[in-house]
Design a protein around this ligand. Structure first.
Ligand code: PMT
Length: 223
């Protein structure tokens, strides 16, 4: 099937690692499976696909151009350099904060009882930057990983980040979100009431449904 023939799809996947010192970093539980499933299915639907991946242990899907990065700053640079695109899908769990300073040698414990206070600063919001870029893709889709009040937080991100749609998923429960092979997403679309639910199903099936929905939205908008 070639529903996305002629379209360029840019996907992010996986975590980012924000280095504290040569031995330690701040990371999260993203395995990259959701983003890789999206890249895989977009390629199978005929799109030209660029996948910007954080540190993950997954095989590159067929017919996908993969760019590996480590930190949020590197992911930002790789994404911006990969524009223009028709669709952008931000499935990566980008760190919101990174250490304000990198220690070039390993931080040592001082006294037995001493803790360590890390100063953190915000990373750049890649999704918001893409949604406000001069070369803005015609559809910008964010993901929202929430433990509670999924709808309220997802709607907030849709507006605040100037997105066309956002796919919210629950994290912290079985068969959903981080690491699982399966997922359920609730998709909120700008200008449309209500939500679409895809899943529970494998991340591949959920990805396929989201991409088909985006293709439909794109053709409706083009009239
Ligand atoms: O990788 P898996 O193990 O398969 O798990 C999949 C997943 C749970 C990671 C995925 O489905 C998911 O929900 N990804 C988004 C996780 C996340 O970071 O959500 P958030 O609510 O913190 O961020 C909202 C959106 O802003 C996301 O699209 C994120 O990519 C983007 N963002 C966030 C911070 C930042 N500095 N730049 C961004 O672009």
């Amino acid at each position: 099937m070639s529903l996305l023939q002629g379209l360029r799809v840019l996907v992010t996947a996986g975590p980012t690692y924000e280095d504290i010192d040569p031995a330690r970093f701040i990371g999260n539980r993203s395995s990259g499976k959701m983003g890789f499933a999206l890249a895989d299915q977009a390629a199978k639907l005929g799109a030209e696909v660029v996948l910007v991946a954080g540190p993950v242990n997954l095989t590159t899907p067929e017919n996908v151009t993969r760019i590996d990065v480590r930190s949020a700053a590197q992911m930002y640079d790789a994404v911006m350099a990969s524009l223009p695109a028709d669709f952008y899908i931000g499935a990566a769990a980008v760190a919101d904060f990174r250490p304000a300073r990198y220690a070039s040698i390993k931080i040592k414990k001082q006294d037995e009882d001493d803790g360590l206070t890390l100063e953190l600063e915000q990373t750049q919001d890649i999704l918001k930057s893409v949604a406000n870029a001069e070369m803005r893709p015609s559809l910008v889709c964010g993901f929202a990983a929430e433990t509670h009040e999924v709808e309220t937080y997802a709607q907030g991100k849709l507006d605040r980040k100037n997105l066309d749609l956002i796919a919210a998923n629950r994290v912290g429960i079985e068969n959903s979100g981080f690491e699982s092979d399966n997922n359920t997403i609730y998709v909120f679309t700008r200008g449309l009431d209500g939500k679409q639910q895809f899943g529970p199903a494998s991340k591949y099936d959920v990805a396929r449904s989201l991409l088909e929905y985006m293709a439909q939205l794109q053709s409706q908008r083009q009239g």
